[in-house]
Design a protein around this ligand. Sequence first.
Ligand code: HEM
Length: 412
Amino acid sequence: MPTTCPYHIDPTGADIHAEAAALREQGPAARVVLPDGIPAWSVTDPGLIKRLTSSNRVSKDAHQHWPLFKEGKVPTDWSLGLWVAVRNALTAFGPEHTRLRRPLASAFSPRRVRAMVPQIETITATLLDELATAGPDTVVDLRDRFAFRLPLLVVNVVLGVPDDMHAQFRDAVGGLFNTSLSPQEAAASECLVRRHVDTLIERKRDEPAEDVTSTLIAAREAGELTDRELQDSFILLIGAGHETTVNLLDHACTNLLAHPAQLELAITGEVPWENVVEETLRHQAPIATILPRFAVEDIVDQETGIQFSKGDLILINYAAAGRAPRRIQRPDEFDIRRTDTQHLAFGHGAHLCLGAELARIESRIALSALFARFPAMRLAESPDQLKPIPSFISNGHQRLPVHLGDQARQPE
Ligand code: HEM
């Protein structure tokens, strides 16, 4: 049982893994304090995470199960307010969750995702052609020029975002994940995203197509969703599309470039790209911590003896879970040769990530094509100089400067 003082979560996410290690020291779950003094638990142990995320005594709905929120004791301008107040699958419980997840799920069926492979390959090839114009010795920001653009373009296809709106969403969505913003900045960033979503919904009402936004609008028109749920479901998907796979690609590239012998194993096919992707997800969970969850009633975890009181706010620390020393040997080391690459980076239980298959396929295509084209790429800064993005939720770098090196000879 943790006996130490609550740990103040660093809203700037300056060193997510040092923080995770400090929290782990306090036991499978540690008492923490979020910005504005909001108390919570951060759960770091994979076993406890699985038990909590699959329990029907743990909810994600603040409107029903967070007394502080219901009683108006959470500041209305709390910088993390959007994460608890939104009305979509990520923050729903029980039958409400089933209702809100259903219209999203069809877009991510294995069949629909497999059908996207040719489009993902084409987008990847176009981005690599654009990248190649930089020349072998120029420093390019691989995160901005490749890791970010690919998932963005793909999610825009899934959601049916027209080309002329890509830039608006690209510029606005990052603010939702920046946990170091002031309340005023966070409110302005949410407001901006909502304005763009409204414009998009208006346009798609007039021009429906085979995409998730049109499916959501149809669900709204059939009375299955409220206006707010329609808007917030879109925000969930565009947010997931902008801030997750980018981190996976960013960390995979950083680690491969920092470990050239492992990169060689991947390029030669001795280790499949699938292992690279899974090991990256374990070692650097792209969503480091997720909120919110709430204890629906007093819960005593039988295995650890930890007691959660009714209404406690619970954060799941996926970054810590991927490096649990009792589960995995040399947890801090990146090693694509591992045979056990189990991780919880896509979550567990009813809220398991809907985009997991898409993210996996997309990253395998992206990494294999990138390093086939630029096998001599190298980092332009040492990995420990790379600055993290200011978030304890989203785990990536602000920039990933590389030299592309000479291109591989293209087939005639
Ligand atoms: C590397 C890429 C990704 C990672 C690491 C990731 C991670 C996660 C995690 C950890 C959760 C569970 C949150 C919880 O515990 O409550 C989740 C849920 C979700 N993800 Fe992803 N995600 C990724 C990509 C995507 C993509 C590309 C999409 C779609 C565009 C997506 C859509 C969703 C949705 C809709 C949910 C909510 C499911 C629910 O609450 O029922 N994700 N994701």
